[in-house]
Each structure stands twice: as C-alpha cells, then as structure tokens.
Design a protein around this ligand. Structure first.
Ligand code: PLP
Length: 847
C-alpha cells in the first residue's frame, strides 16, 4: 500500500487542495489502464507528458495524482501531490518505506534466471517469514516503485529483482535499497550492447556484491570463474552453488534430466539429500533452486524445509514450460528471454533428454542486447544446434545467422529453415507435427516468440500460461528512442499477399519476387525469404551486388539480374549461380569470354524491347542476334523476356507488346531455340490478365499490398505491408494571423492549435511541389500547414481535442478506422506509390 503521507514526507512534496484518498493500492504509470484506487504518476518522458492524461487516469480509477504541475480542472475527491521531480520522488519514497518498515531486502540480479530464482526464494522464506515479492513489470527506473507498491509493514522480507540496464545502475539501486542479501544469478552476454564486454558486466554486478554488509550474504554460482572472482570482493558471507562442481557450498549432483522434471542429489558440507525431484526443467532452473536454498540457510531454514517448500514450484510462464502442442506434440515454451549462454544450456539439456522424443524441432528468435557479439552469438547457437536438433527454424534477421552457421557446419539444408514472421514459423511446422515431436521455442524478449507458442498450442485459448508482453509497457517505456520516425514492416501481411499472388497465377506459372532496391526499402533479405516460403520460387534484383547480399544471407533460390551487369561481374555470377540479362552482341562477346575464363557456363535471359524503349533488343534485330548467340559456347540460354511500358493503364498497348513479343518468340522456337522461362509481366501485367503470364511473372509492388496504379488495384484482401509513424514533438496555440514554417506560406486564420512533427523531406516526406496533405492523429485526419522543412513540419490540430506531445502520428498506414495508403499519397504528390515506399522506407529505421 502507498500512503499519501509517506509520499509527502519522503519527497518533501506539497498537497494541492484538500487531501482525499490517503491510501493507494498501486502506482499507475499508464493512464489508459483501469486501476482502482491508484496513485497516478504524471511522468514526463521523451514520448510524452503524463500531465496531459491526468483526467483519463482519474476516469480509469486513480484517486491520487503525483505531478509537478496541478491539473487545471476541478479535482475534488482526488489527492494531488506536487513535487519538483516525479522520478526523484518515487525513488525517495522507495527508500523511505523500506527504512520505515525495516524490511530486509534480498536483491536478485543477473542477466538470466532472476525470475525463477526470486520465486523460489519467496517460497523457501515463506516457510518462516512474511515475504513480499512482486515480479517487475516496467523497465528501468519505474521497476523499483512498482515492485514495492504493495509492500506493507507486515512484511519481514522483500525480494527485489534489480536489473543492470545502464552502467552504474546497480550501485545506485543498491545504495537506495541497502540489500542484506545479494544473489547474482548468471553473468551472460545479453547486456553487451550497453557494457561492451563480459568483464564490464561482471564489474557492474561487483558493485552490488561490494555493497552487501559484513553481516549479510552473497550467493554466487561457483561454476563461473567471473563469479568466483566476485566472491573475493565480498565483505559479506558468501555461499556458492553449482551442479557437479565439488568446491561449491551447495552442490547438486547425479542430475537426471527428463521432459517431466529433473532429479538430483544434494550435498551441503557433510549432509546429503538423495533422490530429490523438481518439475522444473534443466540445470539452469535447478541452479535457481539451489540459490533459494542457500538464501534459506542464511535465514535458518533447513535444507529439508527448503526442499519441501520448492517441491511444488511449477515452471514460470515463458521459462521452460511444457505445453500440449498441435497433433499430440509437446511444446517447450522458453520464450521469455534468451542469451547465448542459456541457449547453449538448453541445447545441452536436449542432448540429455534425447531418448524422450522422436524429433526435436528448435524454433529460435533473435536474441537481444548482444552488441558486438551479435553475429557471433547467433552463429554459435546455430553451430551448437547441429547434431542435437532435428530441425532448426529461425525467425528474424539475427536468428537467421544461427541458421547460416548450422548450414555452414554441415547441417542438412532440409532441416534448416530461416523465416521472418511468426506465421511462417507456424506454417512451416504446424502440418508436419506428430506425436513424439518436441518443439522448443526460444528467443529474446523483443522477438516476442510467445506468439509462435500461442499458435502451436493444442488448445488455442490456453493463453494464461504464456509469458505476456502485449502492450503492457510499450506506451510507458522510458527507454530512449533514437529516431523520431520509424517504419513498421508487417511480414505476415507480405506472406499473405504472396500466397494470394501464387494462387492467382496458378501452379504452372513461376512466381519471381522482385526485391530490387532493398525490396523497395522493406528489407531484401527478410522480404525474399518470406516470399520464398509463401509461393515465390525465384528472385529478381537490379544488380549483382544486390544478389550477393542475398547469397551472403544464405538464400540459394535462383536469382535473375534484371538490369545491366558489367562483364567483370560474370565470374561472380557463375560462382554464385546468378542469371544475367543480355541484350547486346558486344556484351554477349564480353560475357562469353569472361565465362570461358571463369571456367563455367553463364545462365542468361535475353531481353526484348517490345516498346518500353529501355534495355532490350528491338524485335526486328532479335533473329540475327540469336543466330550470333549460337557461336558462343559458354552460355546456358535459360529465358527470354520483355517488359511492359503501360500495363497499369493501357491494355491495348500491352496487348500490342505481347503480340510483338510473340512475333519474336514463335519463330525462335520454330528455329529450335528453347526457353525454360518466357516472361513479361510485372505486378500490373500480372494482375491485368492471365494472357500476360507466360510461364513466369515478376512481381514487386503487389507483394507489398500496394497497387501499381489506380487503374490496376491489387485485390481487396491484399494487406499493406508497411506503416510509417512518428509522434508529436510540440503542441501550441498560435494567435490569428501567425505564420507557420519557412516563408510563412501559411498563416493561422483564427486562434489555432498547431502540432509540430519531427519529420521532414530528409526522411522522404516530400516538400514540394505538392506535399503529403494530411496525416492521422487520434484516428483523425489533420492537415499539414506551411512548408515541410528538412526534418520538421506542422499540422493543424485545432479540431482534434487533447493532442499532446508524444502522441503517435501515422504518416502511412492505419490508425483507428482510417488509413493513409501509399497510393493516396502518391496521387497527391503527383508520383507513383513506388517512389513513396522507396523514399520513406530507405531512410527511416525499423521498429
Ligand atoms: C522492377 C521490375 C519488376 C517489378 O515491377 P512491379 O511493378 O513492382 O511489380 C518487374 N520486372 C522488371 C524488369 C523490373 O525492373
């Protein structure tokens, strides 16, 4: 419980008006979430100012407000606390209540294993004490007040999970809460992005160890040399735990791993306990139990009592939870978090329980926070998986490195699948699962692999047992967002569109996914893989360089270079199995020589210019060209194609191009030339008529759910893949006649509310001759006013109530019931949707 007077006293705050509620059930950091009798905390973050949502918070049940500025509306029956700095007031309150209640603090910290360790400690100590433990929810500095909000004077002990997300954070937290016991769980790689080296991470934990008094206790893992070094820095009593390491104080040995639980014997000094059992899976979790027993010892709880207390501890959501999967399979949900160290341990465990399953299918998402180790960390996981798992399915760009490494280490390519969306993981697995299969799902928190778990459950509504991350803390994250605008790519939507395209052209027609220009900005590798998993068989790119990027990522589908390639690139084209486009005799000569020197045959597609007026041989010159081609010995003539000039708006001209193309292809066939692939259609041509398909279509923009032109719309059920978003940087009321932006091309008519957005033409948000026109905010359209500058612009929000700093603004995509499409923007800009996509996508970071 939070007492009004504790907060006032601790923070030196002022009551504004009459006090109303004097006790609060919890802090509320998010005005949108209903919370009865909460103290709403009006935080200012870079994404917004909580003061703007005080009214909403009160409507949602808050009976008190902690703020720096009083609300401007009537707040009778609400206790308003004014402080200078809300964050500081929260920390002061945390220290104050710990001191006031004289609660012993047990701090649990480490890069993994803290949740299970804390829960186990809670159980062991509850045998004798009143223990408070609330798992952390919010990130960063809100964690502490959140964990303490429900502490009362009846609690003897409180368990706090302290996270090291910034250099110096742990020492500051330890100084604030003065722990009597410090438990370091694991020192792994998942904070390398912040700390740079594993030693620096260990150093951060050292600052916690050093702050435990001589009368206190430090619990460390004996198996880790970094932890043994920490032991020497401790002034407090140290207990070490380990599995099979004689030298530790508390040792588990004779460990028996199975899919149903873990058996072990336990030794402490001369005392032994044999034949013990826990439903938790794996040595990592067993270690968590050992730590809890060690803490229990310090509080005079015997090992026998401690063992009894944890006997029934079931797996926590997202931590090695066995679940019933589709078709009688077993799912192991370990989706809460991942770092290389815990993933290796998981793989070792699989090796131990080998006998318990017919097949292991390992689904791996991106791991977070690896910094300089990112590539190597993911690769090492892939290497380790070889020979242990029967199938490795990765999701995401980083995890794909694990797939690559597994292939490099000789894993059968049919057993490795690299995907980029949950739906592709599920599609790849769901049908083939049988009884005897064990699917293990693991990934970092941001990979949100619980979505895969949910889709693979035998009973789809069994959601309660999953680790939940849906939106809980997204609105209120205090983390810095490095860029003021970002794009969101929905690869599930892309998968859907590609499936529809494939169904549309039918099995006899090969679908080539055109992923040039980084897949129109959406990310060539992930778009290519997703397309290939959903019906595309080939890829088209503009240059050899683009193709090499795909090959580098391990994509081995056939690739055609659609544009010019220098003869110098022929060697690489042969080596990487790329097909080149040929349309000129001199170039043919140069390619042929280069192919001869490279010692291989070059796959080529001949391009005919049937009216586009760009690359290609004119129809009347085609026959002599092909006759010459016969004299070259180092080509494999694979295809012939043309490109439509106006498939999106002139069906008659397109028909004429087809007629011309046929007038070239037919005589060639009659003269004995054969082509594996004959093709002409881009997206517009594909959508326009099956007569354009021949036996291959080259589709780009339609995969993105965007229509090539107003006259050639994609089918209704196609889904847009990309959204582009930003937020409000400032809102202000301008008097009548006030200019806005460079040149004052806009002047306010009356008094107007103007919101400034941190996006401009350098981000691909066009300035002129025409601009975007409108954007979406609060689900409504707001008009742009004044000129767009390099990285700023303004919108008029006079008619949209309550717009505040940090509110999300949609430049492209859906908000509420409205949507701004690339087609609509293109029309207003006087350009084509292609340019809208490429301009926005290529410059803004992904989220
Ligand atoms: C870019 C390109 C395509 C794909 O065009 P969309 O209109 O995006 O489908 C097809 N063929 C060639 C030769 C291209 O250059």
């Amino acid at each position: 419980m939070i007492s009004l007077y504790d907060v006032l006293e601790a923070s030196n705050g002022q009551l504004f008006g009459e006090p109303a509620a004097q006790l609060f059930a919890d802090f509320s950091f998010d005005s949108r979430r209903p919370q009865e009798a909460a103290l709403y905390v009006a935080l200012r973050t870079e994404r917004g100012d909580g003061h703007q949502y005080i009214r909403e918070a009160i409507e949602n049940g808050a009976t008190g407000v902690l703020c720096t500025m009083p609300p401007t509306f009537d707040t009778d029956h609400i206790s308003i606390i004014l402080v200078r700095d809300v964050q500081a007031a929260l920390s002061q309150w945390a220290q104050y209540v710990l001191k006031k209640y004289e609660t012993h603090v047990i701090a649990v910290s480490g890069t993994s294993g803290t949740a299970v360790t804390s829960e186990a400690i809670r159980r062991v100590l509850s045998a004798r004490y009143s223990v408070h433990y609330r798992p952390p929810d919010y990130a960063g500095r809100l964690t502490l007040p959140h964990m303490l909000a429900k502490l009362t004077h009846e609690h003897d002990l409180v368990i706090l999970e302290l996270d090291a997300t910034q250099v110096g954070e742990l020492s500051a937290l330890a100084d604030a809460v003065l722990p009597k016991v410090g438990v370091i769980t694991d020192i792994g790689s998942s904070r390398l992005d912040v700390f740079g080296s594993i030693e620096a991470i260990a150093h951060e934990y050292q600052s916690l160890v050093e702050r435990i008094d001589p009368g206190g206790l430090v619990v460390l893992n004996y198996a880790d040399p970094l932890m043994r070094a920490l032991a020497e820095q401790s002034r407090a009593h140290v207990l070490t735990v380990a599995i099979d390491e004689f030298g530790a104080d508390l040792i588990a040995y004779n460990v028996v791993a199975s899919l149903n639980g873990t058996g072990f014997d336990l030794r402490h000094n001369q005392t032994r306990f044999v034949g013990r059992w826990t439903p938790l899976l794996g040595r990592g979790q067993l270690c968590c139990l050992l730590r809890s027993l060690a803490v229990g010892l310090a509080y005079d709880i015997s090992l026998e009592d401690g063992l009894k207390a944890i006997k029934e501890l079931m797996p926590l959501a997202g931590h090695m939870v066995p679940l019933s999967g589709l078709n009688g399979s077993v799912l192991i949900d370990d989706s809460d978090d991942a770092e290389p160290e815990t993933t290796f341990a998981l793989l070792e465990w699989l090796r131990e329980v080998r006998e318990d399953a017919d097949r292991f299918l390992f689904v791996m998402g991106d791991m977070d926070g690896l910094g300089p180790m990112n590539m190597r960390g993911h690769r090492m996981v892939g290497q380790q998986a070889v020979g242990i798992v029967d199938m490795l399915i990765t999701e995401g760009l980083d995890a794909a490195q694990a797939g690559r490494a597994a292939l490099d280490a000789g894993m059968d390519p049919r057993r490795v699948e690299m995907t980029h969306s949950p739906s592709d993981v599920v599609a790849r697995l769901a049908g083939g699962l049988t009884k005897g299969d064990v699917v293990i799902v693991k990934g970092g928190a941001s990979a949100r692999m619980e979505r895969v778990v949910r889709a693979l459950l035998a009973q789809p509504n069994n959601n309660a047992s999953l680790s939940r991350r849906d939106g809980a803390d997204e609105g209120i994250s205090l983390a810095e967002s490095a860029s003021p605008s970002w794009v969101e790519i929905d690869l599930d939507a892309l998968a859907h569109n590609v499936q529809r395209l494939k169904a549309f052209v039918g099995p006899a027609v090969t679908l080539m996914a055109v992923v040039k220009a980084n897949a129109y900005g959406a990310g060539a590798i992930s778009v290519a893989r997703t397309a290939l998993l959903n019906g595309a068989n080939q890829l088209g790119v503009a240059s050899v360089n683009e193709a090499l990027e795909l090959r580098e990522a391990g994509i081995d589908a056939p690739i055609l270079i659609l544009s010019y390639a220098a003869p110098g690139a022929v060697r690489q084209a042969i080596r990487q199995n790329l097909a080149l486009t040929l349309y000129d005799l001199d170039m043919a000569r140069a390619y042929d020589r280069a192919a001869y020197e490279a010692g291989g045959r070059l796959r080529i597609h001949i391009k005919i210019d049937t009216g586009m007026g760009r690359l290609g041989i004119l129809p009347e010159l085609a026959m002599p060209f092909f006759r010459h081609l016969l004299t070259f010995k180092n080509f494999e003539l694979e295809g012939i194609y043309t490109h439509f000039a106006s498939a999106d708006d002139d069906p008659d001209y397109t028909a004429e191009q087809i007629r011309l193309f046929n007038s070239v292809v037919k005589p060639l066939r009659a003269s004995g030339f054969t082509f594996k692939y004959t093709h002409a259609a881009n997206s517009a041509g594909t959508l326009a008529s099956a007569a354009n398909h021949f036996n291959l279509v080259r589709v780009g923009i339609a995969m993105h759910g965007v229509s090539p032109s107003p006259l050639m719309p994609v089918p209704e059920d196609f889904r847009p893949v990309m959204a582009w978003k930003t937020f409000v940087a400032q809102v202000k009321t301008l008097p009548p006649g006030h200019g806005v932006g460079y040149g004052h091309t806009y002047r306010t008519h009356g008094e107007e509310r103007i919101a400034v957005l941190p996006v401009g033409y350098s981000d691909g948000f066009r300035r002129g001759p025409a601009n975007w026109g409108t954007v979406l905010i609060h689900g409504q359209r707001a008009p742009l006013v004044g000129r767009v500058s390099m990285e700023k612009m303004a919108i008029n929000v006079t008619d949209i109530p309550d717009v505040g700093i940090g509110d999300e603004v949609v430049l492209l995509g859906q908000q509420g019931d409205d949507r701004i499409t690339a087609e609509e923007v293109a029309e207003r800009l006087g350009t084509i949707p292609y340019e809208v996509l490429c301009a926005a996508l290529s410059r803004s970071p992904r989220r």
